[in-house]
Ligand binder design. Structure first.
Ligand code: SF4
Length: 279
């Protein structure tokens, strides 16, 4: 939940309602994907919700207790597997979150961003005698001492051995900012008898969420322009003109919903904005 979302927002809006709905892994395993997506709505990156759901089913509601088995589950990569196993089960493994990465880049003066090299560095510095305390300490040093903009080297316990302390901001090299492409789309809200046509997405992106009909190109005819929506995603920005079309048009794969029913569907951020234009 914390990927690209602040702790405060997660705690205020998502974490507790999610746990209330699915208090155990078993509850999550038996829940429908629609219910899980609905509780995830607004957090974005919906593949995580689907992976969580699939993982709960795959392990039949019982989370494995070591990193190598955790890695078999969808959505769990090496960093997550190590973090779960190190903190929940005290397995003697180094963790590698953003704060720890920063320390390692600086301590070993590594300029190029390189995950493989970082793992090597993580094991090189790892305290095998006190693994749990070491990992806790690394997180604390990362969040309170080896700060991104103003590292406090004078009070850092790594100060003596740190190879990057003379110019810590050099490590790692700054990321080149990518300009996000813009995708222009036409969204058509088909309506008849006070109901609206929506379909459940089959494609990988936003898979499982419901949405209004979207076109790359559309020959405008009798539609009425309702407005525009803009939605920022991690890899592109969606800009869409929204039209409404009233009539007996049946769009393939769509179902018809009253506004009150649409509120219970899991929708993407863009479709929520479209909904606001019509209700
Ligand atoms: S000495 Fe400075 S740069 Fe090195 S790990 Fe400590 S705070 Fe970071």
């Amino acid at each position: 939940m914390l990927q690209q979302t602040q702790v405060k927002t997660v705690l205020e809006r998502f974490y507790f309602p999610f746990l209330e709905a699915f208090p155990t892994m078993e509850d999550l395993a038996y829940a429908s994907l629609d219910d899980v997506l609905k509780k995830w709505e607004g957090l974005g990156y919906y593949t995580r919700a689907k992976n969580l759901h699939t993982a709960a089913r795959q392990c039949q509601g019982v989370l494995p207790k070591n990193a190598s088995e955790l890695l078999e589950l969808p959505g769990i990569g090496r960093s997550t597997a190590h973090a779960i196993s190190a903190f929940a089960y005290k397995e003697a493994l180094p963790i590698l979150d953003a704060n720890v990465k920063r320390i390692l880049y600086r301590y070993f003066a590594i300029e190029q961003r390189d995950e493989k090299q970082l793992w090597k560095a993580a094991y090189a510095l790892f305290d095998t005698k006190h693994p749990f305390e070491y990992n806790q300490a690394m997180m604390d040093i990362g969040s309170m001492v080896c700060l991104a903009k103003k590292p406090l080297c004078a009070v850092c316990p790594f100060e003596q051995g740190c190879e990057g302390k003379s110019a810590p901001l050099k490590y790692p090299q700054a990321k080149i900012k990518q300009i996000k492409p813009i995708r222009n789309r036409i969204i058509v809200v088909y309506t008849r008898n006070g109901r609206f046509a929506l379909s459940q997405r089959k494609e990988r992106f936003l898979h499982g969420l419901w949405g209004f009909v979207q076109y790359e190109a559309f020959e405008k005819n009798e539609e009425v322009l309702l407005g525009h929506v803009t939605q920022h995603y991690s890899h592109f920005t969606l800009q869409a003109d929204v039209y409404v079309y009233e009539g007996n048009y049946a769009h393939e794969g769509c179902e018809w919903f009253a506004p009150s029913e649409i509120m219970n569907l899991s929708l993407s951020g863009a479709d929520h904005k479209v909904l606001k234009l019509i209700v």
